[in-house]
Design a protein around this ligand. Sequence first.
Ligand SMILES: [Zn+2]
Length: 468
Amino acid sequence: MRKTCLLLLLCLPAAAAEGPKPRGVIFLDICSARADHFGAYGYKRDTTPNIDALAGSAALFENAVAMSSWCLPNYSSLFTGHVPEVHGQYVSIPYRGMPGFETTLAERLKSAGYATAAFSGGIYFMRPWGLDRGFDKYVNVFSTSTAAPGTFGETLPGVTEWLDGNKDKPFFLFIAVDDLHVPFQSEDPNMFDPGYEGPVNDPSLRGVPFFRDYNDYLRGALPEDATNYARVAAFAADKDGLAHLTAKYDAALHTADKRVGDFINYLKKSGLWDESVFIVSADHGEQLGEHGLLGHTEGLYEPITHVPLLVRAPGSPAAGKRLKQLVQRVDMMPTVLDLAGVPYGDLQLQGRSLVPLLQNPDLEFRQYAYSSSKRNLPGVSDPLIEERTLRDGRWKLHWYLYKDAYELYDLEHDPLETENLADKRPAELNRLAFELLKQVERARPHAPGLPVDKDFSRTGVSRQRDRY
Ligand SMILES: [Zn+2]
């Protein structure tokens, strides 16, 4: 019997492409989840027991790379299969929305007969940003009164109710989990560092305005900065503060993982677990003090770009294996469409389907992974983050347009990028700089002038462009 199963698995790659399709595809995206804080990725704390168990029956991608440093461009790349330079969703205010030329993942699946639903708690899933396109059911529980993200615990009852009503047809279910976005919401915030008393217990220290001022980005540009600088000083004076902030982040991840466990139990009971594709990933990670940075948006260091990715596909020979190939978030749309058996050749997607890797985990895949970080700041017209990174299996190059500087790191020996080798390794620097130039050329829209229908005049982008 065992031999028969083995033979079947070996035969599966050819059969899977034309074989029965999964009943549904579930994509679970945990905002701000850095890969190295998951047990399955080697973390010291028991943050993610349920997702770690999932790794036993899923393909775990050890080198999954985010497209950008913050939520909106990464979600948009997931839903369009295009890099941020193409979909243009890196300007947060005023609302731009998904461009009309894009066909979203949900739209393509819906037109192929799939029931589609999205549940989320983050601000960028509010409808003006246009991530709702193609979803029959679209629920966002971000609180506009408190500016707090909604948690998976809040959306989970609606998720299971929707599945109960739609599990008899092909379905695509997207869930954005926002427990881990600041302020790091958790059932037991002090579980990993009990007894702490200090400034980190003030929730305003676990927020975007505080992080921005801690990072010294746009010093003094916003009215709330003066108050925040007093908080930054208190935080810097607290020798236990950073460790406790990290513990609160880990506690939020633990709570999110618990809800994932609840959800998996529901899927098992409802009979969907073994017949559906289940994907867990993150839009981007989170800085927890590395390089003097907190949060995300500022920087494309590994805590932000290295994201978890586990793909559980029925019958995949990669189940339980760890894959080292470089893969990117832009690969997810062709992957999901491939797994669902829905064509996408007309969409000119920029990623590559991971299905060949799920069928043969030893295949070569991609030599370079490219990420870009662009961001305006609401109410501030001039400052704009502009950074690009390119990495291969070992080296990673950072290129800052606004600092006119390079950094080069050896990820094999220095995974947290502590020693800049730009001056010591000119051969690697030149090779990656040339490849980065090629990536930038491939990524930019190839038409003269500014992208059509985009008025950048209020964001300062055009002024910034004049400096290049
Ligand atoms: Zn995010």
